[in-house]
Design a protein around this ligand. Structure first.
Ligand code: FES
Ligand SMILES: [Fe+2]
Length: 379
């Protein structure tokens, strides 16, 4: 799991002025809206004696700890320590980590890391959102799977034939093969678009492709370690663009958010059927991905047997190692050792740590950045 990327916290309409808990990257956060309706995401652990702020309530624009009433503002600074009595001064160390938070595409996103604004990777764009001629539907799901495994499944061009009965021939087509894919790199990942031939002529896609002059075109691309877009062009005019934001709850659990954009059958009454269909397809993936071993995506490729169709998986894993080399990867072994000691809590470092060293809680251990010559250490 990585710090220094944007993660979807929840759908906008689920975040209210009542503080609630979100678990991401193996850590707890408190999320709430201030009096102006602005969403905020802070570390959940009160620096007084460790109570969960998400069990508290909002007071003014602060979240108030349920245990002794300390109040923290949206920047994480403590504004009130009631036990000190009226007119007290709050020591500057009474501060919790606060994370940049924005709302986009019906979701609240938090930047879980300490990079200054100019250096932060972007949130994957959904350019069709609220555009004329497009309609959005949202859904989310909880999987007992590592988020990298889920992204790899979404990128995988060879699984459709076997995992999704409506996308292929369930292995019954003797002509089936995965051709060479036109892989393209962008700043935050790899992707491809290609024309489906052969087995997909039976697919549900072609039911909408009345003229069948052109084979359906489809492709996918990842953006960073946890975001992915799938583009399905049933014909020249009927398109589905699916944007998926995977939020690691911890290394073995993922909260996924789908923003599904379509430019045909735009009536709202079709929305339910679209989401039902999306969920049915996701379920077909889930039953396979949740049972994979090892549960974490392998860091190296040595104990797998790759074929040309797996090339994009290798490229995604190379990108993962690039971000690891920047020093953004959580050191899960070191974290487990600290937690095993029993009396230790860590937090995801926030941008505020760049201008002050005076913090009560320790940041999560990270894998040290690679020296330049180690940066492409892929087996
Ligand atoms: S633990 Fe939060 S105010 Fe005491
Ligand atoms: Fe799939």
């Amino acid at each position: 799991m990585f710090i220094n990327f944007w993660y979807a916290v929840d759908f906008s309409d689920r975040i209210t002025d009542q503080p609630s808990k979100a678990r991401m990257l193996g850590h707890d956060f408190v999320v709430f809206r201030d009096s102006a309706g602005q969403a905020h995401c802070l570390s959940d652990t009160c620096v007084h004696r460790g109570a969960a702020l998400s069990g508290g309530k909002r007071r003014g624009d602060c979240v108030q700890c349920p245990y002794h009433g300390w109040q923290f503002d949206a920047e994480g600074r403590c504004r009130s320590i009631p036990s000190l009595g009226p007119g007290h001064k709050v020591p500057p160390r009474a501060r919790i980590d606060a994370y940049p938070t924005v709302e986009r595409y019906g979701l609240v996103f938090a930047f879980l890391g300490d990079l200054p604004e100019a250096e932060r990777p972007p949130i994957m764009a959904v350019p069709e959102f609220q555009q004329e001629g497009w309609r959005a539907t949202n859904l989310d799901y909880w999987w007992e799977a590592n988020y990298q495994r889920i992204i790899e499944n979404g990128l995988d061009p060879a699984h459709n034939e076997f995992v999704h009965p409506t996308h292929g021939s369930s292995g019954e087509n003797p002509e089936h093969r995965v051709g060479e894919l036109p892989l393209e790199q962008h700043e935050w990942g790899w992707g491809f678009m290609h024309k489906y031939q052969g087995s997909t002529t039976r697919s549900f896609l072609t039911r909408f492709n009345e003229k069948k002059k052109t084979p359906p075109e489809a492709g996918t691309s990842h953006f960073g370690p946890n975001q992915m877009a799938t583009y399905i062009h049933i014909n020249e005019t009927k398109w589905l663009h699916q944007y998926i934001f995977e939020t690691p709850v911890d290394e073995f659990h993922t909260h996924g958010f789908l923003v599904n954009m379509r430019n045909f059958v735009l009536s709202p009454w079709v929305d339910r059927a679209v989401s039902k269909r999306n969920m049915a397809v996701a379920e077909q993936d889930r039953v396979v991905v949740e049972r994979m071993q090892p549960q974490r995506a392998p860091r190296r490729n040595v104990k797998e047997m790759h074929m040309p169709a797996d090339k994009i998986i290798r490229l995604y894993r190379e990108k993962i190692l690039e971000w690891e080399a920047k020093g953004w990867r959580i050191d899960l072994d070191a974290l487990a050792a600290k937690r095993a000691a029993g009396d230790f809590v860590t937090v995801i470092p926030s941008p505020g740590r760049r201008d002050s060293r005076n913090w009560v809680l320790d940041p999560v251990p990270l894998i040290a950045p690679a020296k330049p010559e180690q940066a492409s250490d892929v087996a």
